[in-house]
Design a protein around this ligand. Sequence first.
Ligand code: SAM
Ligand code: SF4
Length: 342
Amino acid sequence: MELIIIGEAVQKSLIDPFNRKIEYVRVSVTDKCNYRCNYCMPERGVHPEGHHSDYLSYDEMARLIKIFVNLGVAKIRLTGGEPLVRKGLASFVARIHSFDGLEDISLSTNAHYLEREAKALKQAGIHRVNVSIDSLKPKRFNLITRGGDLSNVLAGVDKALEVGLNPVKFNMVVMRGTNDDEIEAMVDYGLAKGVEVRFIETMPIGPAGVSMMDQHYSAAKILQRIQQHVGKDLILSTGKTHDGPSKNFKIAGTQTRIGVISAVSQHFCESCNRVRLTAKGVLALCLGQENSVDLRTPLRQGVTDAVLEQLIINAILKKPERHFFNENVHNIEFRQMVELGG
Ligand code: SAM
Ligand code: SF4
């Protein structure tokens, strides 16, 4: 941990052993989901199902988030599972929105319930929304998500744009032989809506993710296809605060950007600034490694905030340098993306 003295005040920040500053926490509010995307979740759902008391309450989550914010975390993304299946999310957002130092609260969602929730979420303080859409063909969408309804998702997207959530981004996991023929259609949809589309390589996380690796489609090929399709230059855009692992390009002559997340073909671990808090209170230090620390047990044993702060500082010192998706896809087979929150 680094202590920066500003006048009388001491500002704390989380620095890992590789000198990366941790400023971003992805908080999974549930590991349950109304969809069952084939690359993310087993068909039967999370197994074994957690008991209600296994999950952090909103009070517990808010307490941990406040401690993270005091340690210099400025960005929180609410994810899942599907965050909108947990009741009371907008009130929770309003509550953490009041934390001094928390600059940005965003949401990752499958958008099935977004039409209903978008206005309240915006009013509560959500700024940005990423929506997963892997196909624009209703039947195929239904197959990939094992039951999803594309019309709900598209209505959710329109509502999000209407209430002024900004930016809305689309995330498409590209799978060879399943939906790779829709890369161009997704670019066109993004252009029509003025929305950035991010194309994601399949990652070998959990049995579902590992089983999809034979459909892996590289970011380089995706970019080549897009370039051919738009017939315009793709201008690398750098330095946007919220780009994260996405490598982004502006389509020349438009205001629209596309991005690729090449976690497997070209890892970006050297700039990793994030950790993940699961719905059961486990702090996962890397998407592709098992290293994690249980925060729920000490929290429920009644330790003070100062002790929790120290546990988090110690946990960050265990953050691994990088994942090994290419070298050993099985090392994270038993952790599921639906628990980790993407
Ligand atoms: N339910 C929300 C959603 O679908 O956006 C949030 C949770 S989901 C786990 C977060 C992100 O992880 C989604 O963009 C999803 O496509 C991505 N994801 C899940 N499993 C993946 C895998 N095996 N490879 C790549 N991305 C994956
Ligand atoms: Fe649910 Fe999102 Fe996973 Fe699909 S990607 S199963 S919507 S958590």
